[in-house]
Write a protein that binds this ligand. Structure first.
Ligand code: FAQ
Length: 311
């Protein structure tokens, strides 16, 4: 009976157990999970572009090998996440069509350009740092396949974060021009990194329901604060300045206060009008179209195998 499965779902959430693909779940839970997982998967795939642009220009073989491995990991994350979305009945080809046609989102952060090699280090430090901060709690997300995917993804992201930080330490030990290059990259990426956590809680459409379903374990503002608190001492150790005159320790709150985020910028970038939105989608569309023959060949091969097996 319908109320039996509903009660089972409620109990699963209440007891902090996992909802699995074959379990009954409310339609809105399924829609929310597909939305978040698809956006996350698209972010990983689009996120390959800003750093990928530096693979052929890396300053040494060692840096090239590291960057190549990192960008490949991001492809892998995208693939696990599309598979997790498929367990909810989503179709991967359809999700890709929705991304390319602008009907589904991906993270705002990947719409900013990478103008110097220091950007690769700063993406590792700040962008992967923010991603970890947001995703570690998602290892306890209520949807089983998503939570399990997060465990492996977080391990790889923390390695990415360290490689970024290590690169920046090298640059900071270098010439004055190299140190300036790092500071310039930090100045450009700091505020967009804070925007990755989403709109302020008061304007967040989904937080309340996603917290009730234990999809999200913390609000956008809580995670943003955690990220700021975590990053300030790292910036100090590195010897860079975070570009916020209002950033200071608040003894009473036991947290850092920080300046007002330009929410109109986040809105603009989310709605498609960031510095690189059009380019990112165009590159993804071209890759999808150029890869059509591979998908057709794979499907033809699978059909032939099935035919031979049937005979
Ligand atoms: N960009 O009600 P909320 C990575 C949208 S890390 C674009 O607060 P929610 C690793 C939101 O979708 C990046 N859109 O939404 C990497 C919603 O729109 P909708 C990916 C944003 O879901 C590193 C509307 O605004 N990580 O890829 C953004 O409760 C380096 C209202 O917002 C994840 O996706 C934004 N920043 O909270 C790869 C983590 N913020 O759908 C390569 C999983 C909000 O109604 C290189 N996702 N929106 O049309 C989440 O934790 C959540 O979905 C949030 C948003 C926290 C992002």
């Amino acid at each position: 009976p319908a109320d039996g499965v509903e009660a089972h779902f409620e109990r699963t959430i209440e007891r902090d157990q996992r909802v699995e693909p074959r379990d009954w779940m409310p339609g809105r839970y399924r829609t929310t999970m597909v939305r978040q997982i698809a956006q996350h998967a698209h972010s990983e795939i689009i996120g390959m572009q800003p750093e990928g642009a530096w693979i052929t220009r890396a300053p040494s073989l060692r840096r090239k090998a590291i960057l190549l491995a990192k960008v490949q990991d991001e492809a892998g994350h995208g693939l696990y996440l599309y598979s997790a979305a498929e367990t909810l009945g989503a179709d991967r080809a359809d999700l890709t069509r929705r991304l390319i046609s602008g009907r589904q989102k991906y993270s705002s952060i990947f719409n900013y350009p990478t103008t110097t090699f220091a950007d690769v280090g700063v993406i590792g430090w700040l962008v992967d740092g923010a991603a970890i901060c947001n995703q570690v709690p998602l290892c306890r997300s209520s949807y089983g396949p998503y939570a399990r995917a997060m465990v492996r993804i977080c391990k790889e992201e923390s390695f990415h974060q360290r490689q970024g930080y290590e690169m920046l330490m090298c640059l900071m030990r270098g010439t004055p021009a190299q140190r300036e290059m790092v500071q310039d990259a930090v100045d450009r990426w700091w505020w967009p990194s804070l925007m990755m956590f989403g709109p302020p809680d008061a304007d967040s459409t989904h937080t309340a329901q996603s917290m009730a379903w234990k999809i999200k374990r913390h609000t956008n503002d809580e995670l943003r604060q955690r990220f700021v608190d975590m990053t300030v001492p790292q910036a100090r150790a590195l010897g860079v300045t975070l570009p916020d005159p209002d950033l200071r320790w608040n003894e009473e709150r036991g947290h850092h206060d920080f300046g007002e985020i330009d929410w109109s910028e986040l809105k603009r970038v989310i709605s498609g009008d960031g510095p690189c939105n059009a380019e990112r989608i165009e590159v993804r569309r071209a890759a999808h179209e150029d890869g059509a023959w591979v998908r057709e060949a794979a499907a033809a091969h699978a059909a032939k195998q099935a035919d031979t097996a049937g005979r």
